[in-house]
Design a protein around this ligand. Structure first.
Ligand code: FES
Length: 428
């Protein structure tokens, strides 16, 4: 099959058990993804906790469009288009920082961090019909937050954020409620990966860790006591682990480690109790949420392993944002989220666990970046273009709420993400 060119054909690229490799390699399809997904759907811009102080900002892109997420001097977090209202130059030239004003380099227009145009050099050159209040920074058409996660859409109309998240919202709760006060600190820094592969390769594949990351998992297993292996029950990715994979709809997917972790809760609590003031954390969680829910949240360990389509993933302690650059280049930002209201030892453990797998010195994410690049290279061989994603299809079940459930190593997640992709690409 040759790559199609009509939009109506895109849905046919995703079949129940397979996908056409053109969606990873065809620049024309990537252009349509920018238009129909990244310039229209709800995207996560970041978390409000990245910007604790008035004036804190981070500049990024939604698809190809530059934006600034900034906490204004009034304390409110807004997402503006990073575009001067005069002739369109970007007004924020650094990725992160703190500013009361954004000053355009071209002719010097000055904007407050709450948006209004503050100053215009040479105002006498304009007529009486020029009013500064008409030329403030432009807000994104739609902005909404859930538990501090800031989402934006470049389309003026469409589904609400609540409709978009659906049942996946409760996994954002699980990330936040690992803190007894339900709040996090996202100022520890960021790991950044840029790889030569398509953006849809990133994350939520429960089938590859037992092979690609086998040496890491073996090392964790050998090093018991205060190590991540204690939070799991045997091999967390084995079919018999009790762990599940879920398609939550709209492309959102989950690797559900709760069954295995609840089966191993006593060992995990023992690990926490070895930490200085670790018992205080357990008691604070029981006080805040009750013993049963508190134990569930402790078992989750703030690690929902959820993918919020298309660009947010919460894995381990990290908030992961996926940013497509081109059909064969992707940037991934990984922000470790630390918990508020817990002993310092708990956050230290979380950071060490994060670093052991992710980031430039981690044992896991460099392997992932390498395999994504080889995957992109292999897809250049297009004589037989279909890719098979059928693992677990024969044992997948549909829950009463419409979510699909498989075993943790099943390709339920890949199929779910691709259904979300096809739905967004096909929408009028
Ligand atoms: Fe910004 Fe002219 S383009 S001041």
């Amino acid at each position: 099959m040759n790559a199609p060119h009509a939009l109506s054909d895109y849905a046919h690229l995703v079949q129940p058990d397979r996908v056409h490799s053109a969606i990873y390699t065809d620049p024309a399809i990537f252009e349509q993804e920018m238009t129909r997904i990244f310039h229209r759907a709800w995207l996560c811009v970041g978390h409000e906790a990245e910007l604790p102080n008035p004036g804190d900002f981070r500049a990024t892109t939604l698809g190809r469009q530059p934006v600034i997420m900034v906490r204004g001097e009034d304390g409110q977090v807004r997402v503006f288009m990073n575009r001067c209202r005069h002739r369109g130059m970007t007004v924020c030239e650094t990725e992160t920082g703190n500013a009361r004003f954004f000053t355009c380099w071209y002719h010097g227009w000055v904007y407050r961090n709450t948006g209004p145009l503050q100053d215009v050099p040479g105002p006498a050159g304009y007529g009486a019909d020029f009013h500064k209040e008409d030329f403030g920074l432009t807000l994104v058409p739609r902005q909404a937050s859930y538990r501090g996660f800031v989402f934006a859409s470049l389309a003026p109309t469409g589904s609400t954020l609540a409709e978009h998240l659906g049942p996946a919202a409760k996994y954002l709760d699980i990330y936040m409620d690992a803190s007894p006060v339900g709040d996090i600190d996202v100022t520890a820094g960021v790991h950044r990966t840029r790889y030569r592969g398509n953006w849809k390769f990133v994350g939520m594949d429960g089938y590859h860790p037992h092979y690609t990351h086998r040496s890491v998992l073996d090392a964790w297993r050998r090093r018991s006591g205060g190590n991540m292996a204690d939070t799991h029950h045997g091999d967390p990715f084995a079919d018999e682990s009790g762990n599940l994979t879920r398609d939550l709809g709209n492309g959102h997917v989950l690797l559900d480690f709760l069954p295995g972790r609840m089966g191993n809760l006593d060992r995990y609590l023992a690990t926490l109790r070895k930490l200085p003031q670790g018992e205080d954390y357990i008691q604070a969680m029981h006080t805040a949420y009750g013993e049963q829910r508190g134990n569930e949240l402790l078992a989750w360990a703030g690690d929902p392993h959820v993918g919020i389509y298309p660009n947010l993933q919460l894995i381990g302690v990290q908030i992961r944002l996926v940013r497509p650059i081109s059909v064969d280049e992707t940037e991934v930002l990984m922000f470790p989220g630390l918990l508020k209201g817990v002993p310092a030892s708990v956050n230290s453990l979380r950071l060490r666990q994060h670093e052991s797998f992710y980031g430039p010195s981690g044992a896991g994410s460099p392997d992932d970046a390498e395999l994504f690049e080889r995957n992109q290279e292999g897809l250049q061989a297009s004589v037989e273009p279909w890719l098979y994603l059928a693992r677990g299809l024969n044992r997948e079940r549909v829950e009463p709420d419409g979510t699909r459930v498989g075993l943790v190593g099943d390709e339920t997640t890949q199929r779910g993400q691709l259904r979300g992709w096809a739905k967004l690409m096909a929408e009028a």
